[in-house]
Design a protein around this ligand. Structure first.
Ligand SMILES: [Zn+2]
Ligand SMILES: [Zn+2]
Length: 103
């Protein structure tokens, strides 16, 4: 069986941590604040489905993308989750602005 590669995203949560990292395909999860265990991991890009290595840059994204896709991310709107909390919405806008500044 080939090694499982996580496709990870930030799942908004109740409470003060605001979100946690989850994988779309398995039970893997990491709490907010423990991102150091994710950096260096191989994950799928949400835009092109290539495998890339998580880095500090990708941690800021709700749905992490590889370097190339992040550079063009302004053309790839982050999908708005249903039932988004006000805090999650602010965080998404903050990230969108950050990505714009990267350009
Ligand atoms: Zn997984
Ligand atoms: Zn990509």
């Amino acid at each position: 069986m080939p090694k499982h590669i996580h496709k990870i995203y930030k799942q908004p949560t109740e409470g003060k941590s605001k979100y946690m990292w989850k994988c779309t395909d398995c039970a893997w999860f990491v709490h907010a604040g423990l991102e150091y265990v994710i950096v260096g991991k191989q994950v799928y890009c949400w835009n092109c489905d290539d495998i890339f290595q998580m880095d500090e840059r990708a941690l800021s994204q709700i749905k992490p993308m590889c370097f190339d896709c992040s550079m063009t991310a302004v053309q790839v709107p982050i999908v708005e989750p249903v039932n988004e909390t006000e805090e999650a919405q602010k965080e998404r806008e903050r990230i969108a602005n950050m990505l714009k500044n990267l350009k």
